[in-house]
Write a protein that binds this ligand. Sequence first.
Ligand code: ADP
Ligand code: 5GP
Length: 191
Amino acid sequence: MLIKPTLFVISAPSGAGKSTLIRNIKPLFPDMRYSISCATRPPRKGEIDGVSYYFISESKFKSMSRAGEFLEWKNVHGNLYGTPRQPVSDVLSAGGRMIMDIDVEGAREVFMKIPEAVGIFVNAPSLAELEKRLRKRRSDSEESIRVRMLNAYHEMRMADLFTYSIVNDELNVAVRELAEIIRKESEANTV
Ligand code: ADP
Ligand code: 5GP
């Protein structure tokens, strides 16, 4: 089996389940690399610096941005998030495949810079279910949930920017769909 160098860009309203989906496909694609973003928000319980994100100060973020170290960066829900440029070009030029989990505005910028990137939009079955999941996660304040729900309307309107759309209702079904897209877009059988 041959692998094409492929960048998968996954976006979703916060709480739709994209981190859960990505966690579930990890064992299926051992060669897959994951873009680790820089973020100025504090870590949630269980998040490890250098694994979930590089948690950095706003001044460090701004100096990295000035030095051109981000492929893209955005203010999302009041915090700064940026994709380090170097790892993406390293993986793609080495012929590998990579997933990045970024917001819809960041995704739009990546599609302009890397038009062959494969966009996948993940959604919850309904806004009510989205809010339920944000509450179930127990990691966001009431104010943060309100901001995330308001942003969800805007994000859903931008779903057309993405080649694929997955509704994360039954988790196992959504994991299968995501795995199918990854295989179809980045794997070629040699026989
Ligand atoms: P995101 O990364 O999109 O912000 P998470 O992966 O953190 O979202 O998921 C938000 C919450 O919803 C978590 O508590 C997660 O366990 C739960 N969740 C994810 N997928 C499903 C699903 N298919 N059905 C029910 N709950 C889900
Ligand atoms: P969270 O704080 O829930 O981890 O992430 C909030 C939002 O920021 C999510 O929509 C996530 O996809 C997005 N995000 C994470 N990293 C980046 C990044 O590097 N760039 C952009 N534009 N968005 C990001």
